[in-house]
Design a protein around this ligand. Structure first.
Ligand SMILES: [Zn+2]
Length: 292
């Protein structure tokens, strides 16, 4: 007899960016093989997914999943993960394939968030209006970063959970529209922590170093740490990088020192997170996957 395939998605998200107002989201998706090919929706969903969110779920053995045209890695216990972008709208569509390749899709409504506008004065003007030579370097930097986030590490290290990479006052949040020296720039995708130059930056979760560069144009000293299944952390504006590509690090290992390199107005750490090239909100990751 076939076991009952079941997908459980647990999502916990900040609501309206307020710490005191969290929505605990729990999705229970139950799929029976008989209903699967029917036109009746066999899936129960009791909540929504927020922009910038990470979604961690479980699926029964023998099934394959894709999201956003990407095959999802599934752990031995059936866990999978994907991320939803800052400006994603409409529905997150998960495709579920049975053993015989029959496919069904589950559409989960994406709840939109309000992002604030943040004015940043005093960054080096050259980082707002780059020269032709700068643009060549910017392009090269972007290719390095893109390659660093392409790895398909099949160890789900992210499941060990996350801690903050530094303690410090938060001076910037995910999603803000940024105006640099009066000129609109790209949105901000990380959490900024103010901290004295030279403060330790530690690994927020286990992983493998995929990029360690001391001088990228916008982000200065930059490290990218792979936590598996496409989930990665980036650490920007470092005064020193203390790891090499290929290094394996664990919770609390010092990987770099706080600085103000690149497009920055003073010493701080900018911690970002991705699911492959989709930028997700580290605050949501801390909520959904706290260190065990
Ligand atoms: Zn920042």
């Amino acid at each position: 007899m076939l076991s009952q395939p079941k997908i459980i998605i647990k999502v916990e998200v900040p609501l309206m960016m307020s710490k005191t107002c969290r929505l605990f989201a729990f999705l229970l998706i139950s799929i029976s093989p008989q209903l699967f090919s029917d036109t009746i929706d066999p899936i129960e969903v009791s909540l929504d997914v927020f922009q910038g969110g990470i979604v961690v779920g479980k699926v029964a053995p023998g099934y394959r999943l894709t999201y956003s045209d990407r095959e999802l890695h599934i752990s031995s216990s059936g866990t999978f993960v994907f991320g939803v972008g800052r400006d994603a709208s409409g529905y997150a569509e998960l495709k579920v394939f049975e053993r015989n390749d029959a496919m069904s899709s589950k559409k989960i409504e994406i709840v939109e968030r309000d992002y604030n506008i943040q004015y940043v004065e005093g960054v080096p003007q050259r980082t707002v209006t780059p020269t032709e030579t700068d643009l060549t370097k910017i392009q090269r930097d972007a290719e390095l970063v893109k390659a660093a986030r392409k790895h398909e590490l099949v160890e789900p290290l992210f499941l060990e959970g996350f801690v903050r990479p530094i303690q410090g006052q938060i001076t910037g949040v995910y999603g803000s529209q940024r105006i640099y020296n009066g000129t609109p720039g790209r949105p901000h995708y990380g959490i900024d922590y103010a901290a004295p130059k030279g403060s330790n930056v530690v690994a927020p979760a286990p992983g493998i170093i995929r990029l360690s560069e001391s001088d990228l144009f916008y982000s200065g000293g930059t490290i990218i740490l792979d936590h598996g299944y496409g989930i990665s952390s980036s650490f920007l504006h470092l005064s020193q990088v203390l790891v090499e590509v290929g290094d394996r690090v664990n919770f609390g290992d010092v990987i770099g020192l706080v600085g103000s390199t690149g497009r920055s107005t003073g010493p701080h750490l900018d911690w970002r997170m991705n699911w492959f090239d989709v930028r997700i909100d580290p605050e949501i990751v801390l909520d959904v996957l706290p260190r065990k």
